[in-house]
Write a protein that binds this ligand. Structure first.
Ligand code: R5P
Length: 294
């Protein structure tokens, strides 16, 4: 098995290789003056399982193209099988037609990856895991929530209240609460499909004077966490933390979170940033070991 860290996940790819006790296979990358991507695999993959590690957080389109180019290069260099490890899989939130005339973006992306030569895919906390059944190759979804919850447990947050900011994150918060051994709850969220504005239904939770942790798959603009944190403080929470697998943190998201009183954001290296305090490397390395042993 050869581990090829793509330009978007260089450190994560190297950490995965180190967990597996193998040397990473370098991939050279540059951008042409007009912006087009160039990649070159600087090692042998012939007859091997080539594992390409490339997240597709912003700039999503460029990173998807780089991924497709690396997959093509691996196939051309006679890799036996190409496994795409894509911790954050872009376009996964457009998993159905919400408004007439829209595409199902994630299905189009999966077909594009198949055409490039992907044989199987591993992703982490995809927004809706049922979409994987429609992919034209085997695809596995891993959960990083136990790792995130363990991070808080190690810091002594056992009496915290864990909150899912919407119904879609109920499974996530239940997983976290199990590790932390704490109480949990969820909110009903509404997002205006045209303006993107988020509102949450008022609910009562026993959070007075307590620490609360909001768990979600993605923090993008921060609107969801801001709405949930505001309610928690209205209910008397002492401190509110936010944890997510994919800290996209676009634009002024961090500023908005700070202004809403969120004490700290903890994310994973699915999307490398200064909040990526939890690494996915052990989780992905274990999935690759299982893949290898059939
Ligand atoms: C959507 O349902 C997701 O689980 C996240 O809650 C959402 O993507 C977060 O986006 P934002 O930070 O822009 O509210």
């Amino acid at each position: 098995m050869k581990i090829l860290p793509g330009p978007a996940s260089k450190e994560l790819g190297e950490r995965i290789a180190s967990f597996l006790g193998v040397e990473p296979t370098p991939v050279f990358f540059k951008a042409f003056p007009d912006g087009e991507s160039y990649v070159r695999i600087e090692g042998l993959v012939e007859g091997e399982t080539a594992v390409i590690v490339q997240t597709t957080s912003p700039p999503q389109d460029q990173r998807l193209i780089q991924l497709a180019l690396m997959v093509d290069a691996a196939k051309r260099n006679n890799a036996e099988t190409v496994v795409a490890v894509v911790p954050y899989l872009a376009y996964a939130r457009q998993d159905k037609v919400f408004l007439k005339g829209e595409p199902i973006s994630i299905e189009a992306i999966a077909r594009m990856l198949k055409a490039a030569g992907v044989d199987s895919l591993i992703t982490v906390n995809i927004h809706e895991k049922n979409v994987l059944a429609k992919f034209p190759f085997p695809a596995r979804n891993l959960s990083a929530i136990p790792l995130l919850a363990e991070h808080f447990k190690q810091r002594g947050f056992r009496d915290a209240f864990a909150l899912a900011p919407d119904k879609g994150a109920v499974g996530i918060v239940q997983e976290a609460a199990k590790v932390l051994g704490c109480e949990c709850g969820y909110l009903e969220k509404h997002r205006d499909r045209y303006t993107g504005l988020v509102s949450v239904e008022k609910r009562e939770f026993n959070v007075k004077g307590r620490t609360a942790i909001i768990f979600d798959d993605i923090i993008s603009t921060g609107g969801t966490i801001v709405a949930a944190a505001t309610l928690l403080y209205e209910l008397g929470a002492a401190e509110v933390y936010a944890a997510c697998v994919h800290p996209l943190l676009v634009g002024e998201a961090e500023k908005r979170l700070r202004e809403a009183g969120v004490k700290e954001v903890i994310g994973t290296d699915s999307v490398p940033s200064h909040v990526s305090k939890v690494s996915l490397a052990p989780l992905i390395a274990q999935a690759l070991r299982e893949l290898q042993s059939g």
